[in-house]
Ligand binder design. Structure first.
Ligand SMILES: NC(=O)N[C@@H](CC(=O)O)C(=O)O
Ligand SMILES: [Zn+2]
Ligand SMILES: [Zn+2]
Length: 334
């Protein structure tokens, strides 16, 4: 199977040593990625975007890879937005406290609307971590009301529902023209049972938490048919092992180095191999109007032993650590 210019439309590359460990892992096999801004402090000024982009470029070396940068949502003036527009793919809104490094996020959506209005005027997409502060299994479902409100109040605004995890969110995609979504690898594969139904698995703990079998089925169905408004976004979110295997485990699943192989397996097994290209790149190119650098990734059905950890400074445990997956990357042409 050959994938042309695979894109990861939701990726955490972190900074410093962690960026040094994980940057290349995405940059070698993906052609580009939407880079999340939830650093400490958050990337919320244009000079920070430029600096962060520079650090990403040094970390990935010669790899052919476009980092599509984002700003962390706060109140922005028209001047700030106009200056930022050519350098970002969108602005990422986090409800305050909803997930890792989101403390500086939005406390009330009403207060955010003047900036959102300016984004609509300028054609800057809004990317959202869509969870309320309700009961953990209901947070995304409750947030769908806010998506509806934004989609109708700002009909020209392109809104991406990041990392959707519920059948209800899949349905909402078809109700509003200006709503799009990303979905992760883990949410196509696991349910809450895999996280907490038996022995607790901290490496599968992420926000939003994995949901019910019927949610997974709806997500998988939409991905396998390459729903035209759905894009792959790994939400690969590396945390050092000691932050995962501890009391007070950080949220995030690290999937970047195995995502393409596992997707090849999943789509092939389900008889939908021909739809993976749209899900992994073509939909995102059309939705965001981006043209990533050419890269051909050849995948073959040959067992791949997933390392127990990646990185030697502050090792990170990937999904399927120490297990054998059925597909491997055979070659990458850029
Ligand atoms: N998904 C996660 O569980 N964690 C992400 C943040 C996010 O995307 O919500 C992280 O930055 O670690
Ligand atoms: Zn998130
Ligand atoms: Zn994320």
């Amino acid at each position: 199977m050959i994938l042309n210019s695979p894109l990861d439309m939701h990726l955490h590359l972190r900074d410093g040593e962690m960026l040094g460990q994980v940057g290349k892992l995405s940059a070698e096999s993906f052609s580009g990625a939407v880079i999340m801004p939830n650093l400490v402090p958050p990337v919320d000024r244009l000079d920070m975007v430029h600096d962060y982009r520079g650090r990403i470029e040094s970390a990935i070396g010669d790899h052919v890879f476009d980092p599509f940068m984002t700003l962390f949502f706060r109140e922005y003036s028209m001047e700030e937005l106009e200056a930022a527009k050519p350098h970002i793919i969108g602005i990422k809104l986090y409800p305050a406290g909803a997930t890792t490094n989101s403390e500086a996020g939005v406390k009330a959506i009403d207060a955010a609307e003047p900036t959102i209005r300016r984004m609509e005027e300028l054609g800057i997409p809004l990317l959202i971590h869509g969870e309320t502060h309700g009961f953990v299994m209901d947070r995304e479902k409750e947030f769908l009301e806010i998506y509806r409100h934004l989609a109708t109040t700002f009909p020209k605004l392109r809104i991406t529902m990041e990392h959707i995890t519920t059948a209800d969110a899949v349905k909402l995609l078809d109700e509003y023209e200006n709503l799009f979504a990303t979905v992760t690898l883990q949410h196509l594969l696991i349910t809450l049972d895999d996280v907490a139904g038996g022995m607790l698995n901290p490496h599968l703990f992420c926000k939003p938490i994995a949901k019910r079998p019927e949610d997974r089925a709806a997500l998988l169905d939409a991905a396998l048919k390459a729903h035209p408004k759905l894009m792959f976004g790994s939400d690969s979110a590396p945390h050092p092992r000691h932050k995962k295997e501890c009391c007070g485990c950080a949220a995030g699943v690290f999937t970047a180095p195995i995502a393409l192989q596992v997707l090849a397996d999943l789509f092939t097994k389900n008889g939908c191999a021909e739809n993976l290209q749209a899900f992994i790149s073509d939909n995102a190119q059309r939705i965001y109007g981006v043209t990533p650098p050419a890269k051909k990734v050849k995948l073959v059905q040959r067992p791949f032993d997933v390392p127990a950890t990646y990185g030697d400074v502050d090792p990170v445990v990937p999904m399927y650590a120490g297990e054998t997956i059925a597909w491997s990357i055979e070659s990458i042409d850029a």
